[in-house]
Design a protein around this ligand. Structure first.
Ligand SMILES: Nc1nc2c(ncn2[C@@H]2O[C@H](COP(=O)(O)OP(=O)(O)OP(=O)(O)O)[C@@H](O)[C@H]2O)c(=O)[nH]1
Ligand SMILES: [Mg+2]
Length: 341
């Protein structure tokens, strides 16, 4: 809610030797605005806590000697990069107001009210001593829904414990927690992979299990963070006895989530440093021969074939970017001439 405008002031000039000093009440100050600001240091909306209502400061009252009241302070709500701002009280009537994807980008959520007029403004030839002043306008009240959808180049998805965090740590400076049990990672984690011309933003998404779509494991809600990625890396655990089944499961869970199945994909079979995995390599190559996706057999721990995987990933991201540009041509400026006065 924007701050309300301050009230106008009723006051009369009283000075020695100036009888009948006229009305001199100043106007109230405008209320502060509520502004949503994109902050690159944030990762999620948790700093907002459970708070549901936000109000900017009210404008201050007008003062005597025609002094205008001070403006109420704006309230900045800081949100992470990738926050989509919707208006609407419920999620089925929401309208996208702004997509905050550049650091520092701001959007007005609720405007502060105007201040009321002071009595100095009400003086007329007939009423030279008005004792009335305007009330400040109420601040705008608006229902806003915030949703974070990370904007990334690459998302690593896969079953729990397949080595997603280990791979993310190997290709970026991120230092995610790595442990030998499922669901170590419970929130998406971002890392930056350096490139020649630009850096690539890579995310790891918590593990997906069969039935994630219907809420199994940690559910599939995290997949919204994959909606705005250019490439999915399917990371499988090569030491799993059900590795073929694992790929099918993963692909199904992805396909069940909106239009993620349209995304470019690569498969990486991890942990080939283990003797048991090495022993089943040729069987895996045969088994995966017809999946129609590029497949890499890697070890996130030893680094084997990781360079090849990232090289292919970079190329696919660049290809996907080129395709996106072709679909959405750059906006053309429209000039609307105004008639001369
Ligand atoms: N031998 C071997 N072990 C690996 C490799 N990559 C990961 N691991 C091990 O596999 C276990 C799980 O690794 P994580 O990187 O935490 O796996 P994750 O997919 O992020 O797991 P969750 O976040 O729990 O879903 C850890 O014990 C890692 O040390 C690999 O290339 N070779
Ligand atoms: Mg992890």
């Amino acid at each position: 809610m924007g701050g309300s405008g301050g009230g106008g002031c009723v006051s009369f000039r009283r000075e020695k030797y100036i009888p009948f000093g006229g009305p001199d009440g100043g106007d109230g100050g405008v209320g502060g605005d509520v502004v949503i600001v994109c902050d690159p240091n944030l990762r999620d909306l948790s700093p907002l806590g459970r708070r549901k209502e936000f109000a900017a400061e009210n404008g201050h009252r007008g003062e005597r000697s025609r002094r205008r009241g001070a403006k109420g302070k704006d309230l900045d709500i800081l949100v992470p990069v990738g926050t989509m701002v919707f208006s609407g009280a419920t999620s089925n009537q929401e309208v996208l107001l702004e997509d905050l994807i550049t650091p520092g980008q701001r959007t007005l959520a609720a405007k502060g009210g105007r201040g009321g007029l002071g009595n100095a403004r009400f003086a007329t030839a007939v009423d030279q001593a008005p004792k009335i002043a305007g009330k400040g306008e109420s601040g705008e009240e608006r229902d806003i829904i915030l949703e974070v959808k990370l904007v990334t180049d690459i998302c690593i998805v896969g079953p729990p414990n397949s080595g997603k965090s280990t791979l993310l740590a190997a290709i970026s400076k991120a230092k995610p927690e790595i442990a030998d049990y499922p669901f170590t990672t419970r929130q998406p984690i971002l890392g930056v992979m350096p490139g020649d011309r630009k850096d690539f933003i890579v995310a790891e998404i918590p593990g997906l299990v069969e039935g994630a779509y219907s809420g199994k494991g940690l559910g599939n809600d995290f997949l919204r963070h994959a909606e705005r990625t250019k490439l999915l890396i399917y990371l499988l655990d090569g030491s799993s006895s059900t590795v073929f089944h694992d790929l099918g499961t993963l692909d199904r869970e992805i396909a069940l989530y909106k239009d993620l199945s349209q995304k470019a994909r690569i498969v990486a079979v991890n942990k080939v440093d283990l003797a048991e995995v090495r022993a089943s390599l040729s069987a895996m190559r045969r088994g995966f021969a017809r999946v129609g996706m590029a497949i890499f057999y890697i070890s996130a721990v030893s680094g084997e074939a990781v360079l090849e995987l990232t090289r292919e990933a970079r190329e696919m991201v660049e290809q996907a970017s080129r395709e996106e540009e072709m679909i959405a041509p750059p906006q053309i400026a429209i000039f609307r001439p105004k008639p001369r006065k």
